[in-house]
Design a protein around this ligand. Structure first.
Ligand SMILES: [Zn+2]
Length: 270
């Protein structure tokens, strides 16, 4: 049977990141909500002392409204948003953070390197950095709120100061370790690809150390994101949680990113 070993990413995928006509969300664990548009998504992690938003889709009010209404739809209160944690300094992840900060006073977290990168290398010249980072985080830090801790790992390559995270999620009293690879697609130049592959090796090692059984992506193209959200929304009680894939499949998930790097490296040789 033919299974994909690389996600299908086209020029249209990049264009679709700006399409704010479609949003979907689902509570995928008792304490984790995913909100997505066609290509980019964010997460909301619930602690007993408030909510942590991880990444923020796209810099526009529609994305902010979608996140807020998703939070309300699952019975949580957006007034409880306490923190905004970013994976990296690209605008499809810094997203609508400005509105989250303005409306809820969320404390913001990113690496210093990527805060500078966001300032100095905007992906689009017409969309500049639009909010401040309160806390610079680095490898080995832990972001805590109530009963939740997010472990921080430096995984440069996609951007110079990109971060990845490991944290607990739970369903019906059972806890799982979840990993969010912050870097998404491999970079374009040879040096950054080498850095990216080193980061991948490092983060895979960390996922094994932490017995990670759940992988999360911040772009829907890498994990059939939209389909998994649709499945989760209509999941029957006898069906498995589609995000719990086990340690072997976590390893296979990361192989997808290696495959993308090999493809790029091959294209340099020609
Ligand atoms: Zn990016």
């Amino acid at each position: 049977m033919n299974l994909l070993d690389k996600p299908m990413i086209t020029k249209d995928s990049f264009k679709a990141m700006e399409d704010m006509s479609y949003f979907i969300h689902s509570l995928i664990f008792d304490d984790l909500l995913i909100v997505a548009q066609k290509e980019t998504n964010c997460f909301v992690l619930k602690s007993d002392e408030g909510l942590i938003v991880i990444d923020a889709i796209w810099p526009c009010e529609e994305a902010f409204n979608a996140i807020v209404s998703a939070i309300k739809d699952v019975g949580w209160n957006p007034d409880d948003i306490k923190k905004l944690v970013l994976t990296h300094g690209h605008l499809d992840h810094t997203g609508c953070g400005k509105w989250i900060v303005e409306n809820y006073g969320a404390k913001t977290y990113l690496s210093k390197t990527d805060d500078d990168f966001w300032q100095n290398n905007p992906l689009r010249a017409d969309i500049l950095k639009d909010f401040d980072i309160d806390v610079y985080i680095q490898d080995g830090n832990v972001i805590s709120l109530g009963n939740k801790s997010i472990y921080v790992f430096e995984t440069p390559g996609h951007t110079p100061g990109g971060l990845s995270y490991i944290f607990d999620v739970s369903e019906n009293g059972k806890e799982y370790k979840a990993a969010l690879w912050g870097g998404s697609a491999p970079p374009m130049d040879l040096y950054s690809i080498v850095v990216y592959m080193k980061s991948l090796d490092y983060f895979i090692e960390q996922t094994e150390k932490h017995n990670v059984e759940v992988v999360l992506s911040n772009h829907t193209a890498f994990d059939n994101g939209i389909e998994r959200i649709k499945y989760s929304r209509k999941r029957m009680s006898y069906m498995p949680n589609i995000y719990v894939i086990g340690q072997d499949n976590v390893r296979k998930y990361f192989q997808v990113f290696r495959n993308l790097c090999y493809k790029k490296l091959n294209s340099f040789e020609k």
